[in-house]
Design a protein. Sequence first.
Length: 202
Amino acid sequence: MGMYRTTRPAPHRIPVKVMARPISAENAAPVTPHEKPVTLEPAEPAAPAEPVKTVEPEVRPVSRDDHVDWQDKALRLQADMENFRRRQQRRADEAIATEQKRLLLLLLPAVDNLERALNHQSGSDETLRDGVELIYRDLVHKLAQEGVTRIETRGQPFDPEWHEAAAAVPAPAASDTIIDEVRAGYRWGDKLLRPAQVVVAA
């Protein structure tokens, strides 16, 4: 007798649908003590914005007094600039005059030495004397071109502005009359370059 294997059919699975239960006040999760329910309050209506005020600058008409004030300031500034220019020019002129005076004073000892040589030379050597006299005259001429002139002394009354008394001796001349010259003096224009050293009558 033959053996037969029978196959059992697989059990039939029926799908199960899970239905979500709506949340209600009964099945809602309880609120813990440390949690507070949030309550939304209605917002207050905003106040109406104030209109922006426009500030216009105050425009003041230019008066005649303002014009005169600016004109006066301009005139004062112009005067200050002119005074400054004059001061600078005066300082420059004074600096130039000081330097010229220094150079002229350097030449006067040479004139003195030439004059002494002419006064003490004998007449035996006329050629040397003529040479020294030529140099002396040329130097005096150059000084005259710069405005340097010799101060008069002998027979003149003593003037402390131009003369310097080296000695006072009894003499038949009137008192304070210059009777001799020790060293020549020179003036530069209307200014004293070097006073003349003189001997006056006592």
